[in-house]
Design a protein around this ligand. Structure first.
Ligand SMILES: C[S@@+](CC[C@H](N)C(=O)[O-])C[C@H]1O[C@@H](n2cnc3c(N)ncnc32)[C@H](O)[C@@H]1O
Length: 483
């Protein structure tokens, strides 16, 4: 237990908002305190712009160099108090003085690098609106910067937790081999609109402690950062806490928090307004992540099935093209495909980038010659891009109509066979009987044209219907016209 400005701080418990100048914070920390900070997310006061209340603070009435010295000193001491795995997110923006831009985020970054922080990423935070709205020589401003730093190269970065299905374009269904089954890594432009005065309740709801602060963090953005860069029980810290949105969000996500601010009014807002608001809001945030997890699971199952089925369709398409180019009047030799999904063994499951295993039986029209040549072409195709990128362990077989009938007869009791026809592999035509399959295979030959796009029927134990995955978002692709 230590005393900071007559406030007792318990380093085992934390979860405290302390009125303290962040530059002076380390002066109160005994030398024997081990580095304890896991994650810092903060928005330092801007230089010479805002006076937050009547309390002495960083940035106000300081020269630019004094201000940067102040920031450097603070983040130097926080570097020492941070764990090796720690991450630091600094939100700031450029400003204009004497008719020219001052690149504050870069100047801060240089100072942070001076004391050891490693610059990892730049995120553009689209706030919807930000100050100043517009001025001569500049467009209407809607974004600020978030610069990401780490203490070492061994930092926490749980990207899978924040991968999303939100931004998937409709192409993922036709090109499952190009999409990550675990969802998309979010891009580096984050759209999180700032809570505006009144949007979180008014004086009526909170007495005289209305939610009043110029730049509170949005809780959903804080949740994203907290999940990405920390674990439950970790210490999440904000040396310029303001309304304390970060702190309240961290607590609701089972992290411990510590916040500093020079202005006691903000601590009151934190206690009386932010905390109850975030307690309400967290359900919405949790629901969002639960839904994403559900969707990601569905996406990975669907991409897996789509890849297995598309593999055979795409192989035949390319094979037919090669075949037709080389043998003028002959019809393509493959008249049907039987695709049997197999379970991977433990060793196979651990093979990097492999998500499934399937046996492909390409059925050849009868009395065909050059069987070995055809097999060679198919095997070679399967081992090279794009087929090698499907993440599948595959076995390619060529069989006659009689062998196909035998195969289906022996597997008839093991599986239901779905039929996919006319090149549609994302929506089963339905389960088909043994008799129907045999009939189709025996008669398909008559219907085949010498058309490289002609896709013969596929029979498979993999079942997929559009209704299985229609819940997964698939944004319509908007064509951009360049003029
Ligand atoms: C940009 S605001 C932070 C807003 C915060 N991110 C939120 O969600 O509300 C900067 C805050 O830093 C505080 N501040 C300014 N100088 C400080 C200092 N030297 N030590 C601690 N807090 C300071 C201000 O009172 C203000 O609340």
């Amino acid at each position: 237990m230590i005393q900071i400005n007559e406030q007792a701080v318990d380093f085992n418990q934390l979860n405290q908002y302390i009125i303290c100048n962040s530059k002076k914070f380390t002066e109160y920390i005994p030398n024997n305190v081990e580095p304890f900070i896991d994650l810092i997310v903060t928005s330092p006061p801007y230089w010479d712009m805002k006076q937050y209340g009547n309390v002495k603070q960083t940035g106000f009435q300081q020269t630019y160099e004094e201000y940067l010295d102040d920031i450097e000193q603070t983040f130097n001491s926080l570097y020492k108090l941070s764990k090796e795995t720690a991450t630091l997110y600094v939100n700031s923006d450029t400003l204009k003085r004497d008719g020219k831009i001052i690149r504050l985020p870069d100047d801060i970054a240089r100072r942070l690098e001076n004391v050891g922080w490693i610059h990892q990423d730049i995120i553009i935070w689209d706030k919807g609106k930000t100050l100043p709205w517009s001025r001569k020589g500049q467009m209407r401003n809607i974004f600020e910067y978030i610069y990401v730093f780490t203490k070492s190269k061994h930092y926490k970065y749980y990207i899978e937790r924040i991968k999303t299905v939100d931004e998937l374009k409709e192409w993922w269904i036709d090109y499952p081999e190009r999409y990550n089954p675990e969802g998309k890594v979010p891009d580096n432009i984050w759209e999180h609109f700032i809570p505006t005065q009144g949007s979180w309740g008014t004086k009526k709801d909170f007495g005289d402690k209305e939610f009043k602060h110029a730049c509170p963090f949005p809780p959903d953005m804080m949740a994203r950062i907290i999940k990405l860069s920390s674990d439950e029980g970790d210490v999440v810290f904000d040396p310029y806490a303001g309304t304390g949105v970060l702190l309240a969000t961290a607590q609701n996500l089972n992290r411990r928090f510590l916040g500093l601010d020079t202005n006691p009014d903000y601590k009151q807002i934190f206690e009386q307004v932010t905390k109850p608001l975030i307690e309400e809001k967290i359900q919405e945030i949790n629901n969002y992540y639960e839904k994403q997890e559900k969707m990601k699971l569905l996406l990975s199952k669907t991409i897996y099935k789509l890849r297995i089925l598309k593999f055979s369709k795409a192989m035949i398409k390319i094979f037919n093209k090669i075949f037709i180019q080389n043998s003028k009047n002959n019809s393509p030799p493959i008249i049907a495909t039987i695709v049997i999904e197999e379970k991977m063994n433990c060793e196979e499951k651990n093979t990097k980038h492999k998500i499934g295993k399937a046996n492909y039986y390409f059925v050849l029209r009868n009395s065909l010659q050059h069987v070995n040549g055809i097999l060679l072409i198919l095997k070679e195709l399967s081992e090279n891009a794009p087929f090698s990128k499907y993440g599948l362990i595959t076995k390619i077989n060529l069989i006659t109509v009689e062998e196909a009938i035998d195969l289906l007869a022996t597997q008839e009791n093991n599986f239901n066979f779905n039929m996919y026809s006319n090149g549609i592999v994302n929506d089963s035509y339905g389960v088909v009987s043994f008799e129907k399959m045999i009939n189709l295979i025996q008669n398909v030959e008559d219907e085949l044209k010498t058309d490289e796009k002609n896709i013969t029927p596929i029979f498979s134990n993999v079942e997929i219907k559009t209704s299985d995955y229609e819940e997964i978002p698939a944004k319509k692709y908007k064509k951009k016209n360049y003029q």
